[in-house]
Design a binder for this molecule. Structure first.
Ligand code: BDR
Ligand code: CA
Length: 316
């Protein structure tokens, strides 16, 4: 079976970590590199977390370090969700050997330029690294088949009333990506808030050996934030897993193509993904917006991959 060649850009972060577990354990993706971006935490921390996760899962992947801040603003992180380390409470080794430092933009250029096949980008953090690549290497864009993002929402936000966190973190970068001409798949809150792993499933996952214990510990720590909310989820929306899940099996999602603009000026609407549902602007459709997911199949996909690489008991 031919594997899909991907580069992942992420900011781990609890739900990024679960998405990485799915990406690294499955055999349908050929992961050419994983880059860290500033987002849930500073890029120093997300980069280190990314290396910790790959080490823990025993995966030798090329890793790049992204830029330290959004294009035109300062980083406003999500430590209220992911803690001061980005993975608070997750007990995997911290004392690790760092790889040779490569910048995310060099990593992307090198892989995309030399690949004989088109590359899929999976972006599950703010889009700063991807936008910088687009600005710097416009001639390489026809070598990218899709950019699958976790970001945005066709209705309300989670960072502000209008905007989702990843887009709000760097709306100017998101605008560059959405206007790049490369097909964008938007796995936004419409679908990611339906991608719940229920509290009742945490224990089942914890029983799946070393990697299951690891995943369960991530989910339990992530849940601490959701337990503080008025809105009850009875579990955690594992936002970032949708973008990886779509790359593995798009048939479990439903979506539709629209023209989507990014609001970069509005006082109350900065970072909003404005979906032109009724084609008022008569602009070309640039984004496939995902609206539905078969949650059970998505969670089963994760559980099956964890089961398939069952290791010794997690050292919590
Ligand atoms: C997004 O924001 C981040 O906190 C998560 O990792 C996810 O990528 C959800 O809005
Ligand atoms: Ca993320």
């Amino acid at each position: 079976m031919k594997k899909r060649k991907v580069i992942i850009d992420c900011d781990p972060g609890y739900d990024d970590a679960i998405a990485l577990i799915l990406a690294l354990l499955n055999d349908k993706l050929d992961i050419k590199a994983i880059n860290a971006t500033a987002g849930n935490q500073t890029v120093d921390k997300t980069y280190k977390n990314l290396i910790r996760i790959c080490n823990y899962l025993n995966k030798n992947v090329r890793i790049g370090k992204g830029v330290v801040k959004p294009l035109f603003s300062e980083l406003s992180d999500a430590s209220h969700v992911h803690g001061k380390t980005g993975l608070d409470g997750v007990n995997i080794p911290n004392d690790i050997e760092m790889p040779k430092l490569e910048t995310s933009i060099d990593v992307m250029k090198n892989i995309i330029e030399t690949s004989t096949e088109k590359i899929t980008i999976i972006a599950i953090g703010p889009l700063t690294n991807i936008a910088l690549f687009i600005i710097n290497y416009p001639d390489l864009l026809n070598q990218i088949d899709e950019i699958i993002i976790m970001g945005g929402s066709s209705f309300i936000g989670n960072r502000t009333p209008s905007a989702e966190f990843n887009i709000h973190a760097d709306a100017e970068a998101a605008r560059i990506v959405f206007e790049s001409g490369v097909p964008v798949i938007m796995a936004g809150l419409d679908v990611t808030e339906k991608s719940l792993i229920y509290e009742s499933e945490f224990d089942e996952i914890a029983k799946l050996g070393k990697n299951g214990m690891f995943a369960a510990e991530i989910l339990r720590n992530y849940n601490k934030f959701y337990l503080t909310l008025e809105e009850k989820f009875n579990g955690v929306p594992v936002h970032d897993i949708c973008a990886v899940g779509y790359a593995i099996d798009s048939s479990i999602f439903e979506g539709k193509e629209y023209h989507v603009d990014i609001e970069c000026e509005g006082k109350y609407t900065y970072g909003r993904t404005v979906v032109d549902f009724k084609n008022r602007l008569k602009k070309e459709k640039n984004v496939k917006v995902l609206f539905e997911v078969d949650r059970d199949k998505l969670v089963k996909m994760l559980i099956d991959e964890i089961k398939s690489e069952n290791g010794e008991v997690y050292n919590a």
